[in-house]
Design a protein around this ligand. Structure first.
Ligand SMILES: [Zn+2]
Length: 191
């Protein structure tokens, strides 16, 4: 993974994009990266070439999201159907709540990127929504007091994260819901 600069990390945080949702395409050919993003289910990337202002962060359609932040809302609106997922780490006693088009692929990426300094990320839950962005945002709000740093990592039990998603999605019907067996009893960190 190409390292994000402090500036890029701050920028992503200000735009409510978790760095785990950014694909590293810096090593790819510039003609190849959009297809790779589509295949892996990413909307944002570190692009192979910088824009005229030296920025590296692009949307899947290829626009510099640092030069024009209105592109971010546009892309989010048009790709709002996604899974909300919960991942957990038994070693670090934390959960992560995020959104992804392909949660299982995102999970492998979390582990290979050593996301949050953690190597045992396990997919615990997923549910698909037509409008996932608002639910993800509300869920993060409900868990704010448990948040660690600027990543989507929370020091709380799986059950609490699951409840936060349920409360945030009232009114919207999720589909393709899946839960790992024993997630509720294994990912319990308060006793
Ligand atoms: Zn730019």
């Amino acid at each position: 993974m190409a390292e994000l600069t402090d500036n890029e990390v701050r920028f992503l945080y200000s735009q409510r994009i978790d760095d785990s949702a950014v694909m590293d395409c810096s090593w790819m050919r510039s003609r190849r990266y959009k297809a790779a993003m589509e295949q892996e289910g990413y909307l944002w990337c570190i692009s192979p070439t910088a824009c005229y202002n030296g920025h590296r962060l692009r949307s899947r359609p290829g626009h510099c999201i640092q030069c024009d932040t209105s592109r971010i809302a546009f892309v989010k609106r048009h790709h709002d159907a996604a899974y909300i997922y919960i991942a957990g780490s038994l070693a670090s006693k934390v959960v992560k709540v995020g959104s992804a088009i392909w949660p299982e692929r995102r999970l492998s990426a979390l582990n290979s990127r050593y996301y949050g300094g953690i190597l045992d990320w396990t997919l615990l839950y997923q549910v698909r929504f037509e409008a996932a962005g608002k639910i993800e945002f509300e869920t993060h709000g409900r868990l704010f007091g448990y948040r660690i740093g600027i990543k989507e990592i929370f020091r709380c039990n799986y059950k609490l994260a699951r409840k936060a998603i349920a409360e945030s999605s009232s009114g919207q019907c999720g589909t393709d819901e899946w839960e790992r067996r024993l997630a509720a009893t294994s990912y319990r960190f308060d006793d």
